[in-house]
Design a protein around this ligand. Structure first.
Ligand code: FAD
Ligand code: UDP
Length: 383
């Protein structure tokens, strides 16, 4: 009998499995329907021996000391700060997020101070009564021209929706900067796991109390694996048989190519905001991993309506539908819903780890550990 069945071997499932096994000494079965661990963060060497990410580029960044310290138990790190260029009209490559260099290059200006750049943004910004949508966020900050150059087409491709139809939280992920800081993220911890994500996950799951079964769907084993409690990290609507209807998820198709040249592009990722091409970005892994190799591997992302569920789609009607599933989840005893798909939140890796650690604390506070149940009752009197 397993104390826990964990469905999904991504960040949510692996983090919880490790805590349950090593802190509480409980027996944990981890299953994943894919043929590997690590969920969407899975990386592997391709045929040329280049470390690449099967589900698109994953860059670790966090402001949480707690999450960073926790993952540091399972990996050493390589310092890496991600940089992104956007390919705009005439094939010009300019920094994304929009910064001083972007503004100067696009407009043939020579602004030198943050005040000048802020004044430029303000001269273009539109007044929006209330910032609600992903369009409002950008036009109220930098105006319509920069919005159309960098955000409208990219977002329409990525989500199949106009930014005006998406929650403000989506484009708010990408800042606008008056400085010439050209890093994509500014978090205090920005690293790649030194030997890759899959190695880190192997170390997390390498515990005598943990049994891992890949290529195993929950539906196939729900009645044959004996367990007491469940951690669910798959899509929440799937768990409930889509009882209230399907929650929308956005998918991607990845085109992976290994090229017989040392480098393909100057930075880790180049974004393609224009609608004249169907893809959103191309990433080159050697920038992320620091690997030295005479060849290089790139991935092009083509957004898609059908396919594996990668992104919850943040907009009010979806949030309402999710709330109905959340109510079902809250009313389901002995099942914990954790992770990006199970809580329908557009979370980065570090946020999923933080959520899993918080869930573990709730379990600690409410579920007596197995050892307490299993200690045979001592006789009231000696001998
Ligand atoms: P997942 O990794 O999706 O794991 C869930 C697992 O459950 C899956 O492996 C699935 O196969 C399994 N599963 C589902 N249903 C079943 C079932 N019925 N039976 C058995 N198994 C099941 N985050 C960052 O911090 N930085 C980045 O740079 C970054 N880049 C990203 C790029 C892309 C293209 C995408 C799609 C995401 C990116 N993310 C990034 C987000 C990151 O992938 C997620 O935050 C994280 O992987 C979520 O972990 P999870 O455990 O919640 O879900
Ligand atoms: N975005 C955009 N243009 C860009 C980069 C991002 O319009 O060049 C918008 C787009 O809607 C995207 C969102 O901002 O989905 C969040 O971008 P991020 O890079 O965080 O997306 P992720 O890495 O999660 O796919």
């Amino acid at each position: 009998m397993f104390d826990w069945l964990v469905v999904g071997a991504g960040f949510a499932g692996a983090t919880l499995a490790e805590r349950l096994a090593s802190v509480r000494g409980e027996r944990v079965a981890v299953i994943d329907r894919r043929d590997h661990i690590a969920g969407n963060a899975y990386d592997e060497n391709d045929a040329a021996g280049i470390l690449m990410h099967r589900y698109g580029p994953h860059i670790f960044h966090t402001n949480s000391d707690q999450v960073f310290a926790h993952l540091s138990r399972f990996t050493k790190w390589r310092a890496y700060e991600h940089r992104v260029l956007a390919r705009v009209a005439d094939g010009k490559l300019v920094p994304m997020p929009i910064n001083r260099t972007t503004v100067n290059r696009l407009n043939n200006l020579a602004l030198t101070t943050e005040e000048e750049v802020e004044a430029f943004f303000q001269s273009r910004a539109e007044t929006v009564p209330e910032i609600r949508s992903s369009e409002d966020v950008v036009v109220s900050r930098v105006g319509r021209e920069l919005y159309e150059t960098f955000f409208r087409g990219y977002t329409r491709k990525q989500w199949g929706l106009d930014p005006s139809e998406l929650d403000k939280s989506v484009t708010s992920r990408v800042p606008t900067r008056p400085s010439n800081d050209d890093r994509y993220f500014t978090d205090t911890h920005q690293f790649m796991p030194l030997d890759g994500y899959t190695s880190m996950f192997k170390r997390m799951l390498d515990h005598p109390n943990i049994t891992v079964m890949t290529g195993t769907d929950y539906r196939a084993v729900r009645d044959s694996i004996p367990y007491r409690r469940l951690i669910w990290t798959g899509p929440v609507d799937e768990f409930f048989g889509h009882r209230h209807g399907k929650l929308p998820y956005r998918s991607l198709r990845f085109k992976h190519e290994t090229l017989n040249q040392e480098w393909y592009q100057p930075v880790g990722t180049v974004n393609f905001p224009g609608e004249e091409v169907p893809y959103t970005r191309i990433s080159e892994y050697k920038h992320l991993t620091g690997q030295v190799h005479p060849m290089t591997t790139i991935t092009t992302e083509f957004p898609a309506a059908e396919g594996d569920p990668y992104y919850p789609v943040p907009r009010p009607e979806n949030q309402e539908l999710y709330k109905r599933y959340e109510a079902l989840a809250d009313a389901t005893p002995d099942v914990w819903f954790v992770g990006r798909l199970a809580t329908y939140r557009y979370y980065n890796m570090d946020q999923v780890v933080a959520q899993a650690l918080a869930t573990f604390r709730r379990i600690e506070a409410s579920v007596p550990p197995r050892s307490a149940n299993d200690i045979p009752q001592l006789a009231a009197t000696g001998d």
